[in-house]
Design a binder for this molecule. Structure first.
Ligand SMILES: Cc1ncc(COP(=O)(O)O)c(C=O)c1O
Length: 456
């Protein structure tokens, strides 16, 4: 069947259903580039504007309710506004939102990080995950005296110019707008999961650190086999390069101690954000005491210039984020919430693949933790709901977006009361069996609508 490049019926229905969102978009385009404040929130013909959220649901400004699978870009594991976090934030707000001073909650928060994350001997809070990876690279360069950083194609480590490299096709270490070539030259982008390429690059002896999303890029959209990550630990140790786990998404999600707990690997440095802060802004870099000591002040000024990284930040360990973070980490510490979210995600993947099998749609739903992702380019529909492997799919195909299908699916799902980012979804403890049933019915209806328009 001929593939359409636009989806008039679905798109017209979307536009008709969301006049208040469209009105806000018209205002926003006069003030924000692209009308948005985060690239991933762009949407054709205009984005959804959300008014409030609770549990698994969010409501838009036109009064529609959606089952939400954005989950705060991964910052939420217990759903929107979970009572322990909400109460902690409310209580903290009554005591002040910024002391410009040290406070007890930051100590408690730091203790939780060091208790849960196996490699965290020392920790520093930042205001975002982007700042955390910036800090980690700086620490690695200071501690090793080397300049180069290795990262993997497709892996995202925040938007600062030192690592926003090789994330999108053609995955080259090429400067983009406003990026200094001399900064980009210090970063080598290697294909994911290729240990030989890593070994060859490390052999030059100039690498300060290798940074990786430890379950693979975009939370395992291109899964990283555990054996590769184990080998990476060995190779970096042998080469005198630091291993940085970017656990901004995996931290406190795949296990209380993150991917490093699950894999039994100790990175030298770990970056965290999202769940760390219970849905409020923040981040952290943690790791080996000797490496983290490059943030500590030395008594001799000359030594300080050589061995001290200055670190300020108005919102580091902000009391509201600290209160939310303590409430969140204490809620996930025993692993129960994580297990439940994983179990619900597995049920959902099963149900979604069953629908694809029944409707004979050649996509695959996959994922390993509290997530589901769509591979739009599968050669055949799933046979049933069983877990789909993408292990043998070339990583470039897996990372390739199908913008048209993704947009049409997102619009069709929104029209049926479900929202996700168009290719990937995060699951929380709020996604109960009833909510899963609601999601599956919406997915089946969305697929039928897409079929009617020749989209699948
Ligand atoms: C793996 C990873 N690292 C770093 C970041 C950047 O974190 P932040 O958005 O808090 O700056 C993100 C954000 O999505 C991420 O997914």
């Amino acid at each position: 069947m001929a593939r359409l490049t636009t989806s008039p019926k679905i798109q017209n229905a979307y536009t008709d259903a969301l006049p208040a969102s469209q009105g806000l978009y018209e205002r926003a385009r006069k003030i924000f580039p692209d009308a948005v404040t985060h690239d991933n929130r762009r949407m054709q013909p205009f984005p959804l504007y959300v008014e409030r959220a609770e549990g698994a649901y969010k409501w838009d400004v036109d009064g529609h309710r959606y089952v939400d699978y954005w989950m705060g870009h991964g910052a939420l594991l217990l759903g929107h506004n979970p009572p322990p976090v909400r109460d902690a934030v409310r209580e903290q707000a009554l005591r002040g939102t910024h002391y410009g001073a040290c406070h007890e909650k930051e100590v408690e928060w730091g203790e939780w990080v060091c208790r849960l994350v196996p490699s965290a001997e020392r920790v520093r809070f930042t205001a975002s995950g982007t700042e955390a990876t910036h800090m980690a690279v700086r620490l690695a360069r200071a501690a090793t005296g080397k300049r180069h950083v290795v990262k993997f194609a497709g892996h995202f480590h925040g938007w600062h110019e030192g690592l926003e490299i090789g994330v999108r096709p053609p995955y080259e270490a090429e400067p983009e707008a406003g990026q200094l070539p001399e900064v980009v030259e210090l970063v080598t982008v290697l294909p994911p999961n290729d240990i030989r390429a890593v070994r060859e690059r490390l052999a030059r002896g100039d690498v300060a650190a290798v940074i990786i999303e430890p379950t693979g890029s975009h939370f395992g959209s291109i899964p990283a086999p555990p054996a590769f990550v184990v080998a990476l630990r060995e190779e970096t140790r042998r080469a005198g390069a630091l291993l940085i786990f970017d656990e901004v998404v995996t931290g406190f999600r795949v296990a209380p101690g993150g991917a490093q707990e699950l894999l039994g690997i100790r990175p030298d440095l770990t970056t965290m954000a999202k769940i760390l802060c219970g849905g409020l802004p923040g981040g952290a870099c943690a790791g080996r005491e000797d490496v983290m000591s490059y943030l500590a002040t030395k008594s001799d000024p000359a030594e300080n210039r050589r061995a001290k990284i200055a670190h300020a930040g108005t919102f580091n360990a902000n009391p509201l984020s600290a209160a939310a973070g303590v409430a969140m980490l204490s809620s996930v510490a025993d692993g129960q919430a994580i297990r439940f979210a994983n179990q619900q995600a597995a049920k959902l993947r099963h149900g979604l693949n069953e629908i694809l099998a029944r409707e004979k749609v050649s996509w695959k739903i996959y994922g390993e933790h509290s997530d589901w992702k769509i591979f739009f380019g599968a050669d055949a529909p799933p046979r049933d709901g069983s877990d789909q492997s993408v292990a043998h799919v070339d990583w470039r195909r897996l990372d390739a977006k199908n913008a048209e299908q993704s947009r049409a699916l997102r619009q069709a799902l929104i029209l049926n009361g479900v929202d996700f980012n168009g290719a990937r979804a995060l699951v929380g403890t709020c996604h109960t069996d009833e909510i899963l049933a609601e999601t599956l019915a919406a997915f089946a209806a969305a697929i039928r609508a897409m079929k009617e328009e020749g989209f699948v």
